[in-house]
Write a protein that binds this ligand. Structure first.
Ligand code: G
Ligand code: G
Ligand code: MN
Ligand code: NA
Length: 261
């Protein structure tokens, strides 16, 4: 198949679809002043929806990731602006934080930060309601660029997640140098938390590192109640996964938030 054409057409014709998946607090009374969702990309193809795993590697080889990430940022901020209440009797939705993934190519793109700054201004968004996810492997392999862009986004007031944390558990010294708000524990450790003592030890260790560094922790890939109970015992702050909430289309989330006010 002509992936290049498919991806470029999808960008030009707004054919990508954004989903949102809740990131839920595990402890009452903590961190509950707003709701938060991770924004996830899908590509409609032949009556189905492709997950990013099947087309982002191709997009990466075609150098399309910066364009795709900017498209996502624009659409996500547009959605938040639509929730602000300008169009709906001025009543804002409950505060909603969106977590947006950034690719390695975007981390190295000098135009990313000015774009984010300009879009936040244009849509009149509180930058504190935007959180960017950068994977540990991207942050380590492009450390100088990653640190620069993360510091810039942080100065603007945005929050930062170190995504898939633990998958490249080589050195922790870089953690101290990044302006993070959250660590997202790699789903590979969370998935078998209940059955594997080694994985449970990893989740505990990562959470403790997060605590010492004053970072909130998120466990992803939570697919059952037992795992959720264990995570709560360990003290992990937030959970994300099919058990807590499946991803839903971003437009559906917007409508839901608007109807709740
Ligand atoms: O949806 P799925 O589990 O297939 O996602 C696979 C990977 O694609 C995830 O690890 C995630 O980091 C990445 N991903 C998902 N949505 C986005 C997105 O909107 N932008 C970028 N850059 N990566 C995404
Ligand atoms: O790496 P990243 O955190 O960006 O990837 C998140 C991806 O994981 C999303 O694209 C989402 O579709 C997928 N996902 C979310 N919850 C679950 C889950 O409980 N099980 C599985 N298998 N995938 C999930
Ligand atoms: Mn992510
Ligand atoms: Na992740």
């Amino acid at each position: 198949h002509d992936w290049s054409k498919l991806l470029k057409d999808a960008l030009r014709e707004d054919r990508f679809i954004l989903f949102a998946q809740p990131v839920v607090p595990l402890h009452t009374g903590r961190n509950q002043s707003f709701r938060q969702y991770e924004v996830l990309l899908r590509l409609p193809f032949r009556q189905a929806l492709l997950n990013p795993g099947s087309f982002l590697p191709v997009a990466d080889r075609l150098d399309l990731m910066t364009s795709i990430d900017r498209w996502i940022i624009r659409k996500a901020l547009e959605m938040l602006a639509g929730c602000r209440g300008d169009n709906n009797n001025g009543t804002p939705c409950m505060e909603t934080r969106l977590m947006i993934n950034l690719s390695g190519q975007s981390v190295q793109d000098a135009r990313l930060f000015p774009y984010v700054e300009q879009q936040i201004k244009q849509f009149g968004i509180d930058p504190g309601m935007i959180c960017f996810e950068i994977s540990e492997s991207v942050a380590i392999s492009n450390f100088v660029h990653a640190k620069r862009v993360m510091n810039a986004l942080h100065s603007l007031g945005c929050h930062l997640v170190l995504d898939d944390f633990g998958s490249g558990f080589s050195s922790l010294s870089y953690l101290r140098e990044l302006p993070l708000s959250y660590l997202k524990i790699d789903g590979n450790f969370v998935h078998n938390l209940v059955s594997s003592p080694v994985d449970a030890a990893m989740v505990k260790a990562v959470h403790e590192v997060g605590q010492v560094m004053n970072l909130l922790t998120i466990a992803e890939l939570v697919e059952d109640g037992e795992t959720l109970v264990r995570l709560r015992q360990i003290g992990v702050d937030f959970a994300q996964g099919y058990y807590c909430g499946r991803p839903i289309p971003l437009v559906q989330l917007r409508d839901r938030l608007q109807s709740e006010r």
